[in-house]
Design a protein around this ligand. Structure first.
Ligand code: XUL
Length: 548
C-alpha cells in the first residue's frame, strides 16, 4: 500500500500537479496545463487578459476549471488515482471570483457526462477575475486606508497597507462600479478557495495564509475584521466564506471525481492556500533564519516568522504560514516578464543571457535601471516606465546585467524591514534554474543561496501540507521536519556561495539604487554625483575592474 498525496497549483500561467509517495519519499509524478498553449480559446497572454488599460488585469475562472479537467485527464492515465489519500492546493494570491447562488447548487449536482465548464457557466456574476497583477484600485486603497485610521493602523489591523491587487480594494471597486452585480453576488472566493470548492462540491473556506492577502482579515486574531469589512463594501461578511487554519481538513472529494476519474471516495481535501504560503513549505522554511526568493511571474522574497512582526512603513506584508505561524513577504510584478523583455529586445536565449552575466563585472560600471516595464508594487509605480542611469536601451551587456542586479538591489533594499538577516536564502521559481542569476543574488545579499532542483515548490508545498494534515488526522502525528525530510533536502543540488569580495561594492550600490529610486519617485536630489563617485571608487583604474 502506498500513501500518495497530490498538490495542485493554480498559478498565473498554468495549473500544475505534483504527486508524492510518502512511503518511498519520492515525487512520483508531475504535470501541468499551460493556459495560453492548451486552452487558446481564452486568448490569454501569459495567462492573463489586459482589459481597459495596462492596470486592469484579469483572468478567467472558467479557464482554471477547464484546466483542472484537462489536468485530471492527463493524471488519470499515469497515476494510480485511487491511492491518493489527500489533496491540497495553491492559488495565485489576491484574485477574486464572484459567484451567484447557482454556484453551490451546481456544485452539488455535477454530472460526469458534461464538461465542468458547461455546468458552471451560469454561476458567475462577473465573467473575469481581477488578479494580483491588477493595479487599478488606487482610489479604493486610499478610501479603505482612511476609513481604517491611516497607514499604521491599517498595517496593524490587516498585516499590510492597502495594496491595489489585494482583494478588499478589488471588491470595493466592483461594488462601486457594478453595484447591481455586487448585490447579485452571493459568494466571493479567492482563486484558492474557488478551486477548492470545485473539488469539494460545496463552498470551501479561505485559509489564514491567503486570507491575509485581502486587507479584510484581522492579522492578530485571524478573523474577518468588521471595520475592514465595513470600509470595503456593504453586507460583505455574508458574501465571504469562513476562515480556517491552513492545515484544516475541509471535507472529502466530491462524488463527481470519484465517478469520473476513479478517486477514492475517502480522499481528504485540505484547505487550499496562496502560492507563497505553499512555497514556504515547498522550500522548507519552517524555522527562523531562512528566507526564500521565488523567481516566477512575480518575484517574491519571503521568510518564516515565529511571531507577528509588521512593516509599519507599509512596503511589505505579513501572511499566515501553513504551520499556523506567520510569514513576511515582499512582491514584485516586474519578475520574469521583465527579464524576458530584455531577453527578447536583444533576441537572446537564456544561454546567451547567462554568458553575458558571467562575463560582465559586478557593479556594471554604475549602470542603474529602475525596471518598471509593468506597474510595480514595491515601490508603488502605477505608470510603467523604465529608467536608466548611465546607459541606454541599446547597450546589450549593460541591460542584461542591470535588469538582474537591479531586481535584487531593490529586493535587498525593500526587505530591510524584515528584522532578521537570513543565514541562507532558498531559491525557487523558473529563473532559479539559472546559476548566474543566483550568483548575483548571493553576492548582493551577501548570503549563500541554495538552489532547488524543482521549480514547482508551491505544488510540492501543497502535497506536503496534505500529507501532514492526513497523518495528524489518523493519529500518526508527524513534525514538519519529518514531513519535509528527503522531499526538500534531497532537492538541494547546490549551494551558491556569496563572494565576500563584492560585499562593499553591493552595499554601496544598494545605497546608490535607493538614491536613484528617491530621485525618480520622491523628487529627491539627482544621484549623478554619487553615481560618478561609485564608478570612480570601483571602476576608475582599469586594473581594478572586477570580473565575476
Ligand atoms: C503575492 C503576489 C504574487 C501572487 C502570484 O502577494 O501577489 O506572488 O501570489 O504569484
Amino acid at each position: 500500500m502506498s500513501d500518495f498525496f497530490l498538490g495542485l497549483d493554480c498559478s498565473t500561467q498554468s495549473l500544475s500537479a505534483v504527486l508524492i509517495d510518502f512511503n518511498s519519499r519520492k515525487i512520483i509524478y508531475r504535470n501541468s496545463v499551460n493556459y495560453d498553449k492548451e486552452l487558446p480559446h481564452y486568448n490569454t497572454q501569459n495567462g492573463i487578459v489586459i482589459l481597459e488599460n495596462e492596470r486592469v488585469i484579469h483572468s478567467f475562472p472558467l479557464m482554471w476549471v477547464e484546466a483542472l479537467e484537462l489536468l485530471f485527464e492527463k493524471i488519470q492515465n499515469n497515476v494510480p488515482i485511487k491511492e491518493i489519500k489527500a489533496i491540497s492546493g495553491s492559488g495565485q494570491q489576491h484574485g477574486t471570483v464572484y459567484l451567484n447562488k447557482k454556484f453551490e447548487e451546481n456544485l452539488q449536482k455535477l454530472n460526469i457526462d458534461e464538461p465542468l465548464i458547461k455546468q458552471f457557466n451560469n454561476s458567475f456574476t462577473r465573467r473575469t477575475s481581477p488578479i494580483w497583477m491588477d493595479s487599478s484600485t488606487f482610489k479604493q486603497c486610499q478610501e479603505i486606508r482612511k476609513a481604517l485610521g491611516g497607514l499604521e493602523s491599517t498595517v496593524k489591523i490587516t498585516g499590510s497597507n492597502t495594496f491595489e491587487r489585494f482583494s478588499g480594494p478589488q471588491i470595493r471597486k466592483f461594488f462601486q462600479e457594478n453595484p447591481k452585480d455586487y448585490k447579485k453576488t452571493s459568494i466571493i472566493h479567492l482563486v484558492s478557495s474557488f478551486m477548492a470548492s470545485v473539488l469539494l462540491g460545496k463552498n470551501a473556506p479561505i485559509d489564514h495564509g491567503d486570507g491575509a492577502g485581502m486587507n479584510l482579515m484581522n492579522i492578530k486574531i485571524k478573523e474577518w475584521d468588521n471595520n475592514a469589512l465595513e470600509a470595503t463594501a456593504p453586507n460583505l461578511k455574508n458574501k465571504l466564506p469562513p476562515l480556517v487554519n491552513s492545515y484544516d481538513i475541509i471535507g472529502k472529494i466530491s462524488p463527481f471525481y470519484v465517478k469520473k476519474y476513479n478517486f477514492n471516495p475517502e480522499t481528504l481535501l485540505i484547505a487550499w492556500s496562496g502560492d507563497n504560503p505553499n512555497s514556504l513549505i515547498g522550500v522548507g522554511l519552517i524555522e527562523k533564519g531562512k528566507a526564500a526568493i521565488s523567481l516566477g511571474t512575480s518575484d517574491t522574497y519571503f521568510a518564516y516568522l515565529k511571531n507577528l512582526y509588521l512593516d509599519i512603513k507599509g512596503g511589505g506584508h505579513v501572511f499566515g504560514a501553513p504551520t499556523g505561524d506567520y510569514m513576511s513577504i515582499i512582491c514584485y510584478k516586474n519578475g520574469s516578464l521583465a527579464r524576458e523583455k530584455i531577453k527578447e529586445h536583444f533576441s537572446l536565449n537564456w544561454d546567451d543571457f547567462s554568458q553575458i552575466l558571467s562575463k560582465s563585472p559586478p557593479g556594471n560600471y554604475g549602470k542603474i535601471m529602475l525596471p518598471y516595464f509593468f506597474p510595480e508594487i514595491v515601490p508603488l509605480v502605477l505608470k510603467p516606465k523604465v529608467y536608466r542611469f548611465g546607459f541606454d536601451e541599446n547597450d546589450l551587456i549593460g541591460n542584461v546585467r542591470a535588469i538582474i542586479e537591479c531586481q535584487f538591489l531593490s529586493m535587498k533594499l525593500h526587505s530591510e524591514w524584515i528584522d532578521e538577516k537570513p543565514k541562507v536564502i532558498h531559491a525557487t521559481g523558473g529563473a532559479s534554474a539559472n546559476e548566474e542569476i543566483l550568483q548575483i543574488a548571493a553576492n548582493i545579499f551577501n548570503t549563500n543561496v541554495k538552489k532547488f532542483e524543482i521549480t514547482d515548490s508551491a505544488a510540492l508545498g501543497a502535497a506536503l501540507r496534505s500529507a501532514k494534515s492526513y497523518y495528524d488526522s489518523i493519529n500518526n502525528k508527524k513534525t514538519w521536519n519529518e514531513i519535509l525530510k528527503n522531499f526538500v533536502n534531497l532537492q538541494e543540488s547546490s549551494v551558491i556561495q556569496a563572494d565576500s569580495k563584492y560585499r562593499k561594492l553591493y552595499d554601496d550600490m544598494v545605497k546608490l539604487y535607493k538614491k536613484c529610486e528617491d530621485f525618480i519617485l520622491r523628487n529627491s536630489k539627482n544621484p549623478e554625483k554619487c553615481r560618478k563617485e561609485f564608478i570612480k571608487k570601483y571602476f576608475f583604474k582599469p586594473s581594478r575592474i572586477l570580473k565575476q
